[in-house]
Design a protein around this ligand. Structure first.
Ligand code: SF4
Length: 261
């Protein structure tokens, strides 16, 4: 079954009467306890791929899954661009930013109490934005949140927040830098492989995201995929199940939680 998407607007009236609109999005793969595979809820806040990823590598920029989403789900993607502009406007004004933080926290409590993902698309584009995310996580204790990032220089404000799981998005181009942060702060490595190769020292607890051509989801028996056959048992356990085997009610972030803990 094709991935279903969810969109929900949040209209915020600022103290000066100006209204700013943000859009939350979600989909069957990332929905957690708030929704189901066929009825996902909007439990994510997203921006534009690559343009809002200041530390994107050439590799991830070239194979980013959001390029496909941009064509297949044009309405959803148009909201990413809308968010990208509006969040920058808000962060330039302390009063606006304070109001938006409170309203984001209220939204998360109301609609994503079982789990909220920062960014299906986009990344932390500035230190101020990292602080904005950190503040909202701290305003929503008890709501598990997770983020993937290549913006390693902006990760500091997000460290040691009890309800936020930080996933270091790594590939062959930025692996060495990710490894430094992993070793320093114990952050999880999420490794994307395009050609099938994997670092021999990939830390225990990492998650592997294989690009499309490596996946087994189109095969009658996914485990017959040539790449799968090359993996050691501990590497197989690291692979994102819905990415490799295909998405379903049982194969999605909610039941899996590899990146959420
Ligand atoms: S490994 Fe699990 S938690 Fe991580 S993206 Fe895949 S399904 Fe979601």
């Amino acid at each position: 079954m094709a991935t279903k998407f969810a969109l929900k607007p949040l209209f915020i009236v600022m103290p000066d009467g100006v209204t700013k609109t943000f859009w939350f999005d979600g989909n069957g793969k990332i929905t957690v306890g708030n929704g189901t595979f066929v009825q996902p809820v909007a439990n994510s806040f997203s921006l534009v791929q690559v343009e809002d990823c200041p530390f994107a590598t050439k590799l991830c920029g070239s194979v980013c899954y959001v390029h496909r989403l941009e064509k297949a789900e044009a309405e959803v993607h148009s909201k990413y661009r809308y968010n990208s502009v509006t969040i920058r406007e808000v962060l330039r004004d302390h009063t606006y930013a304070g109001t938006v933080r409170e309203m984001f926290a209220s939204y998360i409590y109301a609609y994503a109490r079982k789990g909220f993902r920062w960014h299906v698309s986009g990344d932390i584009f500035s230190l101020e934005y990292a602080e904005f995310i950190a503040a909202i996580c701290k305003m929503t204790p008890g709501v598990m949140q997770w983020i993937y990032t290549r913006s390693f220089p902006y990760v500091e404000p997000l460290l040691n927040i009890e309800n936020l799981a930080i996933n270091l998005s790594a590939d062959a181009e930025n692996y060495a830098k990710a490894l430094v942060l992993h070793e320093r702060h114990g952050l999880r490595m999420c490794y994307m492989t395009v050609d099938g190769s994997l670092p021999p020292d990939l830390p225990a607890g990492s998650v592997i995201f294989p690009s499309h051509e490596l996946r087994g989801r189109e095969l009658p028996d996914p485990k017959q995929a040539p790449w799968w056959q090359t993996l050691a048992p501990q590497q197989k356990r690291m692979v994102c199940p819905p990415d490799f085997f295909g998405q379903s009610e049982h194969l999605r972030c909610g039941p899996c939680r590899k990146c959420l803990l």
